[in-house]
Design a protein around this ligand. Structure first.
Ligand code: IMP
Length: 511
């Protein structure tokens, strides 16, 4: 498998990136793992503990949020890097290191960028208060991601290296807390929300709370500048300089986080995360140039796709009902199993079909445990993502539809909303759109036009070559290629490495 991927897909590439062309959760982890054997260095450059990938340690599966999945290859001499674009919560890193220690797995070559943005207790508090007060407007993961990036662009943030310089840390922390205290004094004047949120285990079970100051500066300083600095200090370094030096000399694998459609720059604002999840954000987030990346592989779930959290999703099975159901307080994928029954994949009721897809595809948020919203593959959105991420794609999860009798793919949208000004141009009812608009005011009024293809009704996870795939599945793959002008270089039919079909790279070699 590894040589096949190397010969047919990677060829002479030295820097390869894995990104997601949808809303995240497309199966990047499997491909990062697959290519980690090839790479000398694996680096993350965006997002934070909002991401989640499952790492199997012995027979137990653990969800890791910050440390790249490539850490399992540390023993083989590979470096794992968390880059400057990441918002890094030391508590999460330490927890993940503890898990590795417990399993006697080494992490000698793990390096953390001195410029990574430091996640502090006030970021988690602010994230959770804002969500609670707005009735979960965005549906964030509650990991402090937005507020930490806001501090960075607001020029009051701290970076990881600050925990190694106590005086600098205290000075910057005071200034930062002054800002958050001012905002919180309006949002939560009697501190009841703050107190409750700070009792969470992610906030040291209330240890950071002060009845008089709101945040106990001394306890935070002690935890960050002593405990965390002691534990991770030696891993902190100038990772950007190291990566720049490696470009063209060592094999670098860049691991994207989230997905293009959640990018703060390209996604449907405000229903996005706070980092740029495109290849541009990823390259910048590890400190190299986009043009240093030889090959970008964009992952695409097909023939369905998923979204976690709030925001327009034109092809959603069961529409608004499904969206509300997935976001209901306390709803988990385990709870909804009661609604599942055999053959639900063929049911006329879209809401029930959505439940079937979630069950067969195991579509449960790794970080939150929430059921993921499911919809049909949306080509206007794919055309939009590939404008930046390039046209080489990997299709995942096709096997989920092995038993489906029909497949619907969104080919274009028809606009159904009120007249909407876009500069000189006015978008009107009935206009057809082939490429998705970024503006959610437009996207929410886009009605999909579906192309219908027959299902293949055959189990596929054991198939290893493209030629052996059912003709109808190949027709679907080639339909996607034709309609979205992409090149499908690999196809994933299950979680195992072997369940991967390698088609080839730019030269068009087909196995
Ligand atoms: P935040 O990144 O926690 O601020 O959340 C903002 C939005 O991005 C929410 O809709 C989240 O559900 C979504 N989100 C963040 N990280 C992920 C991810 O790794 N997979 C899928 N959705 C995500």
């Amino acid at each position: 498998m590894d040589t096949l991927v190397q010969n047919k897909v990677l060829k002479d590439a030295m820097t390869v990136a894995i990104v997601c062309n949808q809303f995240g959760d497309t199966g990047k982890g499997k491909f990062v793992d697959l290519l980690s054997t090839w790479a000398d260095v694996i680096a993350r450059g965006t997002g934070g503990a909002n991401a989640g990938h499952t790492i199997k340690i012995g027979s137990v599966e653990h969800v890791f949020h910050l440390i790249p999945s490539g850490i399992l290859h540390d023993r083989a001499g590979k470096y794992n890097i968390i880059g400057r674009g990441v918002v890094l919560d030391p508590r999460v890193v330490v927890k993940e290191l503890d898990l590795l220690d417990k399993a006697s797995l080494p992490y000698e070559r793990l390096r953390l960028s001195m410029n990574a943005k430091l996640v502090l207790p006030q970021h988690l508090v602010m994230d959770r208060i804002k969500e609670a007060k707005s009735g979960k407007e965005i549906g964030t993961t509650g990991r402090g991601i937005g507020p930490c990036y806001e501090d960075h662009t607001g020029r009051r943030g701290l970076v990881l290296n600050d925990i190694l310089n106590r005086d600098v840390f205290v000075r910057k922390l005071k200034r930062n807390l002054a800002h958050h205290n001012t905002v919180l004094s309006t949002l939560d004047p009697d501190m009841q929300f703050t107190k409750k949120i700070m009792e969470h285990e992610h906030l040291a079970n209330g240890a950071y709370f002060s009845q008089t100051q709101r945040f106990d500066l001394d306890v935070i300083v002690e935890m960050y500048a002593t405990t965390y600095a002691g534990r991770i200090g030696a891993m902190i370094t100038d990772t950007e300089a190291r990566l720049r030096d490696y470009v063209g000399r060592k094999k670098i694998l860049l691991e994207g986080a989230q997905g293009y459609l959640l990018s703060v720059d390209y996604g449907s604002h405000p229903y996005v995360t706070s980092s740029d999840a495109s290849i541009e954000g990823l390259a910048k987030g590890v400190g190299i140039r986009v043009r240093d990346v030889d090959l970008v592989l964009g992952i695409v779930k097909a023939p369905y796709m998923t979204r976690v959290g709030v925001g327009p999703f034109p092809t959603e099975y069961g529409g608004e009902r499904s969206e509300k159901h997935c976001q209901a307080e306390g709803m988990t994928i385990d709870l909804e199993q009661e609604l599942y029954f055999d053959n639900a994949l063929h049911h006329d009721n879209e809401f029930l079909r959505g439940i079937a897809i979630r069950k067969i595809g195991g579509e449960k948020g790794a970080t939150t445990g929430r059921p993921r919203r499911v919809g049909r593959l949306d080509l206007p959105l794919l055309r939009y993502s590939t404008q930046t991420n390039g046209n080489k794609v990997i299709l995942t999860k096709l096997d989920v539809f092995d038993d489906a009798d029909k497949i619907e793919i969104c080919k274009a949208y028809v606009y159904k909303g009120p007249a909407y000004r876009m500069g000189k141009y006015t978008l009107k009812q009935g206009h057809i759109l082939f490429c998705a608009p970024q503006d959610p005011e437009i996207l929410k009024h886009c009605e999909p036009i579906y192309g219908k293809l027959p299902g293949w009704n055959q189990k596929t996870p054991g198939i290893r070559t493209y030629e052996e795939l059912p003709q109808k599945m190949r027709d679907l793959v080639e339909y996607i290629e034709r309609k979205a002008k992409v090149e499908v270089v690999m196809i994933s039919l299950g979680p195992e490495r072997e369940q991967t079909i390698v088609r080839g790279g730019a030269a068009g070699i087909r196995s």
